[in-house]
Design a protein around this ligand. Structure first.
Ligand SMILES: [Zn+2]
Length: 186
């Protein structure tokens, strides 16, 4: 079982929907039971931002925890989508999938921040599925930058390993990938 990114077909047009949502809602940017996770994710973002900046990527990510990750057509993102990002810096992470593992949360956050840094449009959702597939070019680019940033930031070897494995540079056992993060329950 290998983590890959799964395409989220409608993510490219989320910007318009996000603008509408921002205009007519004042809800907090996380479900209240995930307040502690939200704080930790913000700390990770604050720690990773200067590393991106040192590499020439300045941004102010707006990171939220969003369980439904509704797309611009009003549909909930598939269950295996862990996060997404749009070029203006808005990043959504799915708390039920990433909050159980701080390393996973950091890895997914770094990946989504890399999409923002690289100004990727039509960014794919971040997912976990049962097959290892060759990710699209944007996913490889985002993972490459995320890995660089995570290594330079230091700490959290689990997050580094997660992204390195996605790029195919971790040791794999025939049946079980021991370096992969635990698969969240369904
Ligand atoms: Zn991605």
């Amino acid at each position: 079982m290998r983590p890959i990114f799964r395409p989220l077909p409608f993510a490219s047009a989320v910007l318009a929907a996000a603008g509408l949502l921002a205009a007519c809602t004042t809800t907090q940017p996380y479900p209240k039971e995930y307040a502690a996770c939200y704080e930790r994710v913000q700390q990770h973002a604050a720690q990773l931002m200067p590393v991106f900046a040192a590499l020439g990527y300045r941004m102010e990510p707006d990171v939220r925890l969003d369980e439904d990750m509704v797309n611009n057509r009003g549909f909930r993102a598939p269950d295996d989508v862990l996060g997404d990002a749009i070029p203006n810096g808005r990043i959504r992470l799915r708390p039920s999938r990433v909050c159980a593992s701080e390393s996973l949360a950091r890895a997914v956050l770094a990946h989504e921040m890399a999409h923002v840094a690289l100004q990727h449009r039509g960014v794919r959702g971040t997912g976990v599925t049962l097959a290892w597939e060759k990710p699209p070019q944007q996913e490889i680019e985002a993972d490459g930058l995320a890995l660089k940033v995570l290594r330079q930031a230091g700490g959290y070897p689990g997050a580094v390993t997660y992204v390195a494995c996605r790029l195919g540079s971790c040791v794999k056992a025939p049946a079980v990938n021991r370096a992969a993060p635990p698969q969240p329950g369904r």
